[in-house]
Design a protein around this ligand. Structure first.
Ligand SMILES: Cc1ncc(C[n+]2csc(CCOP(=O)(O)OP(=O)(O)O)c2C)c(N)n1
Ligand code: SF4
Ligand SMILES: [Mg+2]
Length: 265
């Protein structure tokens, strides 16, 4: 399936975003081959280098303001629950500018999928510290080293109520594709942290190529999943449980309201 667009790709050569783009295109192609209509898969992205991804995928797309991918997709799903809602967010985008939206979407178990391009840096604005930058990270805003500890995005999403939590690596295409496919198929809030080297401001290729490992365990116990995701170079599907989605809960309340109004006549 041709998912190419007319847009010129302006990512730096060697950026981890290329692996994420390729993996997602393969997954979207697989979904269409399985019978999903192309128009049902809607992609959205936040602000940053990651955000350009929607310009490079020929699918219905919305590039929204910083940190607002989850509420945008939530509204879209409420309006049309038939759509498959896929969001691409940055670490700064989702854990600095828009952290509250991530937490509330996970808490509601909104039926959307979020792929977090975690490069540990504000890439587009040329190298400032984000919520996931490691302690000691030297960048434009922390020339003497980041004095703060990083947030663990998977742990945050687990304790917020996400029902699918995984971590992939932009350099391990097959495994990333598997995770992305399973996340999209999951009904409820699916969160995938993707380790994404930024060759210009936080080049982690060598580190991740040496350290990243895969775990086959998938937990349904949140504390066991928390234990797994503490190892920041461990990848895999850490957690998956089935719970009522926000859209289904809202739909039931609406149906009861309609029945109640009709019963008055
Ligand atoms: C509300 C708001 N604050 C700040 C900015 C400036 N800004 C644009 S892109 C960006 C960095 C995005 O970093 P991240 O989300 O990590 O994405 P990356 O570029 O690393 O993919 C920032 C701070 C903005 N556009 N809007
Ligand atoms: S600045 Fe970093 S994240 Fe942005 S395109 Fe270049 S390598 Fe990729
Ligand atoms: Mg970033």
């Amino acid at each position: 399936m041709n998912l190419e667009t007319y847009a010129k790709n302006t990512w730096c050569p060697g950026c981890g975003n290329f692996g994420i783009l390729k993996a997602f295109k393969n997954v979207a192609t697989k979904l269409v081959e399985e019978g999903v209509s192309k128009g049902r898969i809607v992609v959205s992205s936040g602000i940053g280098c990651h955000g350009k991804i929607v310009d490079y995928i020929r699918l219905p797309s919305f590039h929204v303001i910083h940190g607002r991918v989850p509420p945008f997709l939530t509204g879209m799903k409420l309006a049309n629950p038939e759509l498959i809602a896929v969001g691409f967010v940055g670490d700064g985008d989702s854990l600095n500018e828009g952290m509250e939206h991530m937490i509330h979407s996970a808490k509601r178990n909104t039926d959307i999928t979020i792929f977090l391009h975690n490069n540990g840096v504000f890439g587009l604005t040329t190298g400032q510290v984000t919520a996931t930058s490691p302690k000691g990270f030297r960048g434009r805003s922390t020339p003497r080293g980041n004095p703060e500890n990083p947030i663990n995005p998977c742990a945050l999403m687990l304790i917020s109520g996400a029902t699918f939590v995984a971590r992939g690596y932009a350099g391990h295409m097959d495994k990333l594709e598997h995770i992305m496919y399973e996340a999209i198929k999951h009904k409820g809030f699916a969160f995938v942290e993707i380790l994404q080297p930024c060759v210009s401001f936080n080049n982690t290729w060598k580190f991740y190529n040496e350290k990243v490992r895969w775990v086959d365990e998938t937990e349904s116990d949140v504390f066991e999943a928390l234990r797994l995701c503490q190892d920041e170079t461990l990848t895999g599907i850490f957690y998956r449980v089935s719970k009522e989605s926000y859209e289904d809960a809202v739909g039931k309340v609406e149906a009861e309201d309609v029945a109640e109004v009709l019963s008055r006549f």
